[in-house]
Design a protein around this ligand. Structure first.
Ligand code: COA
Length: 260
């Protein structure tokens, strides 16, 4: 089904999903969020897609947050539903089972920062500005930003970013671990595609279990998480890709993983 607010293109096994509302700096209204939910589910179930890149249309913004026109008229009940809907979509992204790379091409504010944090990896353009400015609207992050931010950069830095609402630049975001790396703006998509190309030939089931082990394991007591990891290790040992990977090493050739 076509999208009104998203662009979805395929480059081999890499899918590039672009939030396309540049006139409002790609703010996420309910319709866009619903399209994201549909697109992400489509990509999850498409075995031809092994890596996803998410970015924003235009040169100025990744996503400048939830659409403030819609936020302004929330009631207590609709506000709760709004937050749960956003959290659900970001949870789908975080647990897509394949790497999702956020290519942060400008403002990643509020829901934009939250969406980027739900991605598996983040590359930022050097001019990007990232933060959780909700406090300036008299609200708080509602797409699990308080939780993912604290887990990514630690409690002290998360509290500072969310309480002050002040965005930080890309270099500072890299320093505190909010993004994996910073590149010149003009090279952002090339670098994102290069990273995707490096991942796209990896064994898909092993990548899915790695994401699962880290995402779910971090929410468990350490000892239970280790048992969970061992179980996934056992499961991956049943795959053709595991046999191919180990055999290729011993035969001194490059492995060809088929995803089985
Ligand atoms: N929701 C709805 N519309 C938004 C938006 C958002 N989150 N962010 C930007 N826009 C709209 C602006 O209202 C403006 O629309 P207009 O041309 O009809 O006036 C357009 O996008 C361009 O934004 P503008 O503010 O003129 O650009 P700027 O370069 O001066 O400032 C920002 C850029 C990102 C600093 C500023 O737009 C901003 O602070 N946005 C809100 C960020 C935010 O609080 N996000 C969290 C929401 S929970």
């Amino acid at each position: 089904m076509p999208f009104d607010n998203l662009l979805l293109e395929r480059d081999g096994a890499v899918a590039i999903l672009t939030v396309n509302r540049p006139k409002v700096l790609n703010a996420l209204n309910a319709a866009t969020l619903d399209e994201l939910r549909r697109a992400v589910l489509e990509l999850k179930h498409d075995d031809g897609v092994r890596v996803v890149i998410v970015t924003g249309a235009g040169e100025k913004s990744f996503i400048a947050g939830a659409d403030i026109n819609e936020l302004a008229v929330q009631t207590p009940t609709s506000g709760r539903e709004h937050a749960l809907r956003g959290q659900h979509v970001l949870d789908l992204i975080e647990n897509l089972g394949k790497p999702v790379i956020a290519a942060i091409n400008g403002y990643a504010l509020g829901g934009g920062c939250e969406l980027a944090m739900a991605c598996t990896l983040r590359i930022a353009a050097d001019a990007a500005r990232i933060g959780q400015p909700e406090i300036n609207l008299g609200i708080l992050p509602g797409y699990a930003g308080t939780q993912r931010l604290a887990r990514l950069v630690g409690k002290g830095r998360a509290l500072e970013l969310v309480l002050t609402g002040a965005p930080i630049g890309a270099a500072e975001a890299e320093r505190i671990g909010l993004v994996n790396r910073v590149v010149p703006a003009a090279e952002l998509m090339t670098e994102a595609r290069k990273l995707a190309a490096a991942l796209v030939t990896n064994a898909p089931i092993a990548m899915r279990y790695i994401i699962n082990a880290i995402n779910k394991g971090l929410e468990m007591p350490f000892a239970e998480a280790c048992v969970f990891e061992a179980t996934l290790f056992g499961l991956v040992a049943s795959t053709d890709d595991m046999r191919e990977g180990t055999r290729a090493f011993l035969e001194k050739r490059k492995a060809v993983f088929k995803g089985g």
